[in-house]
Design a binder for this molecule. Structure first.
Ligand SMILES: Cc1cc2nc3c(=O)[nH]c(=O)nc-3n(C[C@H](O)[C@H](O)[C@H](O)COP(=O)(O)OP(=O)(O)OC[C@H]3O[C@@H](n4cnc5c(N)ncnc54)[C@H](O)[C@@H]3O)c2cc1C
Length: 420
């Protein structure tokens, strides 16, 4: 123990230096714990590197909606659609898919929506608290809102129900017509019927810079980073005593698994077989886009977003089920570009860079932020799906409360590992 007198000052090892692991480590460190972060790549270089950068304080709906099962045949047939399943992966995905469909009933959607809003809504406030010692001009976070854009009248009608749910959950929305949208997106073409601006949302002008900032503060305050691939654990009667890596073994006290889409095998070794899969997503980075986009925008009907970042314009999104091992299909990133060029006819794609990452996803669209059901000193923080950036800081807060046995500010029950 770091401090025999204070039992809340733990010695914590975090596996995973993505946004979730870094936020957990930094929150625990600020509360006096000693932290070690292990990752096989540099901080922030996993899925947290390439997301759309949106802090979705307005994301209150799960991915599965009533009637979703009717769409499955189409997902199998269109490899470039907004959501696709690689046919060869279907047998492995089927148990996950059945749970996903079971979580898409109106009753479950309502329950999940309530749980989601308890963490998405205060997401940005928790970043503000976590970064309160960072000067404003160093923060990569902007709070200019996020536009849900509907390219055609049918999308406006389809978005109505989602917007009503958002409002019911307390999300501030401003409905915008074409003229108001043109003020935010001067280069938008004729394919645009309306939109809703979630005024309290924000975005990161560089998700990587945010991770690097957290890593730098953790290191400056004495945290340790180990660059290694975790392969297993030595497990004693009370839980894991050592972590095994390709660079040797390290002694551990408290352990947080925050390895994103790669957490499943680690949790399984520790006795929790959780239904985690991955929704692979793509981005296309455009360093000289030649169009002005003043706020990030999400186009639900096409399954992607467009975000202004410090190094260009990022088109990011789509869902592909194909597991963690299959090679990327960058035609999916090209498809994003095709859609974006219809929205912004003058878009310049010279120097474009495609990327693919692995969203860590549970079939009920909720993360696991939980003590292990097997060992008292093992904790899980993974499965944040489409919302890991938005939920990093709030996850760190919930994790620190759990680990230090403090009264919970946010009810952690919906995020328990033993819900499955
Ligand atoms: C295209 C796309 C767009 C997205 N847009 C948004 C958005 O706008 N807003 C939002 O909130 N979210 C968004 N997301 C989701 C978000 O990016 C993820 O939920 C989030 O990055 C998950 O963070 P993480 O820390 O759990 O995982 P990661 O960032 O993947 O970090 C996990 C880390 O664990 C390490 N690791 C894994 N296994 C091991 C091991 N055995 N040994 C050592 N290290 C290991 C990995 O190297 C990695 O660095 C998007 C995702 C995608 C793909």
């Amino acid at each position: 123990m770091t401090d025999q007198a204070d039992k809340s000052l733990h010695d914590v090892t975090v596996i995973g230096a993505g946004i979730v692991g870094l936020c957990c480590a930094r929150t625990l460190q600020r509360r006096g714990c000693t932290v070690t972060v292990i990752d096989r790549v540099d901080p922030g270089m996993g899925t947290s590197y390439g997301n759309a950068g949106v802090f979705s304080t307005s994301a209150v709906m799960p991915e599965g909606k009533p009637g979703v099962w009717k769409k499955v045949p189409g997902w199998l047939l269109d490899p470039l659609g907004p959501l696709t399943i690689r046919p060869r992966y279907l047998p492995r995905l089927t148990p996950w898919l059945l749970r996903f469909i079971a979580n898409s009933t109106p009753r479950r959607v309502e329950e999940i929506s309530r749980a989601l809003s308890s963490i998405t809504f205060p997401g940005l406030e928790h970043y503000r608290a976590l970064l309160d010692d960072v000067p404003d001009d160093q923060s990569p976070i902007r709070r200019q809102g996020c536009l849900y854009l509907s390219p055609n009248p049918a999308d406006v009608a389809a978005a109505k129900a989602d917007n009503e749910t958002r409002r019911r959950r307390g999300v501030a929305l401003e409905m915008l017509g074409p003229d108001e949208i043109r003020q935010l997106l001067p280069a938008i073409g004729p394919e645009m019927a309306g939109g809703a601006l979630a005024t309290e949302s924000g975005h990161a002008v560089s998700p990587l810079a945010l991770s690097q900032l957290l890593a730098a503060w953790i290191e400056a305050d004495g945290g340790r980073f180990i660059r290694a691939n975790v392969t297993g654990f030595a497990i004693g009667a009370d839980g894991p005593t050592h972590v095994h890596t390709d660079h040797g073994n390290a002694e551990i006290e408290d352990l947080v698994i925050a390895a994103g889409a790669f957490s499943k095998p680690l949790a399984k070794i520790l006795g929790n077989d959780l239904p985690l899969d991955t929704e692979r997503g793509y981005h296309m980075m455009l360093p000289q886009p030649n169009v002005e986009v003043r706020v990030p925008m999400l186009i639900s009907s096409l399954g992607f977003g467009v975000t202004p970042m410090s190094d260009g314009l990022r088109l990011a999104g789509t869902v592909e089920f194909g597991g963690v091992e299959a090679l990327p299909n960058y035609a999916r990133a090209e498809a994003l570009l095709t859609h974006a060029k219809r929205l912004f006819p003058d878009l310049n794609d010279s120097g474009k860079e495609p990327w693919m990452g692995h969203r860590p996803s549970f079939p009920d669209s909720l993360p696991v932020i939980s003590r292990s059901s097997r060992f008292n000193r093992v904790f899980y923080a993974f499965g944040h799906g489409h919302l890991g950036l938005s939920l990093g800081a709030v996850t760190g807060r919930i994790m620190a409360d759990l680990l230090q046995d403090r009264p919970a500010e946010i009810d952690p029950t919906p995020f328990r590992a033993d819900r499955f």
